[in-house]
Design a protein. Structure first.
Length: 215
């Protein structure tokens, strides 16, 4: 099972959501994301939030669709996206994809990036992908990982998260590395590119953010 969450970020930065509308996935709307899903012809299975970012007319449109609602007061400690993600993590899906979590307000974007750390810090790793029209962002733990060439997102960047990364090795990339130590805040691994259909990266310590991007 895959769980796809749509937050309330700018609609102009969303990819084509219908490409991700798979039979094996559950759709979850966070606050205005519920209305955006309906506007794209996708009925979410669940809805989370205080719905303070939709109009009264839009809320009526949402409520008449028979969606499973989890409504909260605006005065709460968690963001709507965090509430939706916490629910999704408990379902233990094979992957969680978050849309509408980038662009617009930087605080919302950084919140989305930070939330990707939760299953890693809780020792309950589930892949979380933050996706918009030009980027796919995810975090990985030590080991050997494969990446596939994506013509629409040809750039691959790697960033240490929280601490340095040890033993980073990149193969089948334009700028390879072998057993390299990458300190926190380094920009060494920005804008690499695959030189074949598949590449691999591996490391022995740390947490690595992977960003697949297009111009």
């Amino acid at each position: 099972m895959k769980i796809h969450i749509l937050a309330g970020g700018p609609v102009e930065l969303l990819p084509d959501l219908t490409e991700y509308d798979l039979e094996s996935c559950l759709w979850v709307g966070a606050d205005r994301g519920v209305y955006t899903l309906l506007a794209n012809g996708i009925k979410p299975d669940y809805a989370f939030g205080d719905f303070d970012s939709v109009s009264a007319e839009e809320l009526m449109e949402i409520e008449k669709n028979g969606i499973m609602f989890k409504k909260f007061k605006p005065e709460k400690d968690e963001t709507d996206l965090e509430l939706a993600l916490d629910w999704a993590l408990k379902k233990k899906p094979e992957v969680i994809r978050i849309f509408g979590g980038t662009g617009g307000r930087l605080d919302h974007m950084f919140a989305g990036l930070s939330l990707q750390l939760r299953p890693i810090l809780e020792k309950n790793y589930i892949p979380i992908e933050l996706i918009d029209r030009n980027n796919i962002v995810y975090l990985v733990t030590p080991g050997i990982h494969q990446i596939k060439f994506m013509p629409e997102k040809k750039y691959v960047s790697f960033f240490p998260v929280l601490t340095s990364v040890s033993g980073l090795t990149l193969t089948n990339l334009k700028y390879p590395l072998t057993d390299h130590h990458v300190p926190l805040s380094s920009t060494l691994c920005i804008s690499n590119e695959l030189i074949s259909d598949y590449g691999t990266f591996s490391f022995s310590e740390g947490i690595l953010m992977v960003v697949r991007s297009s111009d």
